[in-house]
Write a protein that binds this ligand. Structure first.
Ligand code: DGY
Length: 327
């Protein structure tokens, strides 16, 4: 019997492809070309499932052109590349990859916080440029991490991981703001105190953003919020581009309104606001918060298992929606 066909929209681990090939005819993109929405739509013809990454948009036009599609499996915990209402209305299952990346991503959030507070990349650029000729008492003096106040906006699994690192590892006071307050037990585990967004911005020495992107969270941090922060504070974005107004942030950094920022995600990435490249007090990384080999492997495997489980047994492992099963 002919196996069903699936598409893998970006390059992926060979072992993930091998696993998928046990169950499906697989068209893959090992050349890692970035397909236009039209090309993705065209490649999906005849496919019942697709493994996507955060840069592959699934919307109603693509779904209408591919009524045979049954599941879209994102290799990411974030899914703002999915028009979830349109996917659900089309009777298609959507899945993501929660949990497997929580700890690695929280590690990276903390790494970015430390690099930003302690001016790691700025001082390395100085050294590499051959500018280091003598030690001096205030050279690249940064902000304290241990014992300072950590403010976390978005207290899901990754936010809680960042909180635990700060509270238990660095003796930080942790405040957080979230759509809903955590249970007393989780608050105690994270040693975190719920505060308003305004109080968090006014009191935190380091603000870490871990909220999912949506119309409601667009520009959670803009000029007004930056204006509330301490001039000595740092801002870390490991959430999504668009959570921060990057133009307003570049202005605030250039004016010294806040001390520094660490950004792993950007509005319009992989293109950056050019003003961000002009300011020295920002650490910039190319959306790598979950990028350890074992975590990326686990994400790819979970996305693939979602395809296999749904298409062979009618049940996705980590679904984002529910659809009628008789499709
Ligand atoms: C996620 O999982 O949402 C990450 O941003 C992708 O690496």
């Amino acid at each position: 019997m002919k196996k069903p066909s699936v598409l893998v929209a970006r390059a992926i681990f060979p072992q993930t492809l091998a696993y998928l090939s046990e169950h499906f005819e697989v068209e893959s993109n090992q050349a890692d070309e970035v397909w236009s929405p039209l090309e993705l739509t065209r490649r999906l013809h005849g496919k019942v499932g697709v493994l996507t990454t955060g840069s592959d948009r699934i919307d109603s036009a693509l779904l209408q052109a591919n009524p045979q599609l049954k599941i879209v499996a994102n290799m990411a915990v974030g899914f703002n590349n999915f028009d979830l209402p349109a996917i659900t209305a089309a009777g298609v299952v959507a899945s993501n990859t929660p949990d497997v990346l929580t700890e690695s991503t929280a590690d990276f959030g903390f790494a970015l916080l430390m690099a930003t507070a302690r001016r790691v990349t700025e001082s390395e650029h100085y050294l590499r440029a051959g500018k280091w000729t003598k030690w001096s008492y205030d050279m690249f003096a940064g902000a304290e991490v241990h014992g300072s106040t950590l403010g976390i906006i978005g207290m899901g699994r990754i936010g809680q991981g960042v909180a635990r690192r700060g509270a238990l590892g660095f003796g930080m006071k942790v405040v957080y703001h979230n759509r809903s307050q955590l249970s007393p037990q989780l608050e105690a585990e994270c040693k975190a105190q719920y505060v308003s967004k305004e109080e968090l911005l006014k009191t935190a020495d380091h603000v870490v953003l871990v909220v999912p992107y949506s119309a409601e969270t667009h520009h959670t941090i803009g000029a007004q919020e930056l204006g509330l922060m301490k001039p000595t504070a740092t801002l870390i974005n490991i959430a999504r581009g668009g959570i921060v107004d990057d133009a307003a942030l570049a202005k605030a950094l250039a004016a010294g309104q806040i001390a520094a920022a660490g950004l792993d995600v950007f509005e319009g990435e992989p293109t950056l606001n050019p003003e961000l490249l002009k300011v020295p007090n920002v650490v910039l990384t190319p959306h790598i918060a979950s990028a350890t080999t074992s975590t990326r492997l686990a994400m790819a495997q979970l996305a693939a298992e979602n395809l296999v489980s749904y298409l062979t047994q009618g049940r996705a492992l980590t679904p984002l929606n529910t659809v009628p099963t008789d499709r």
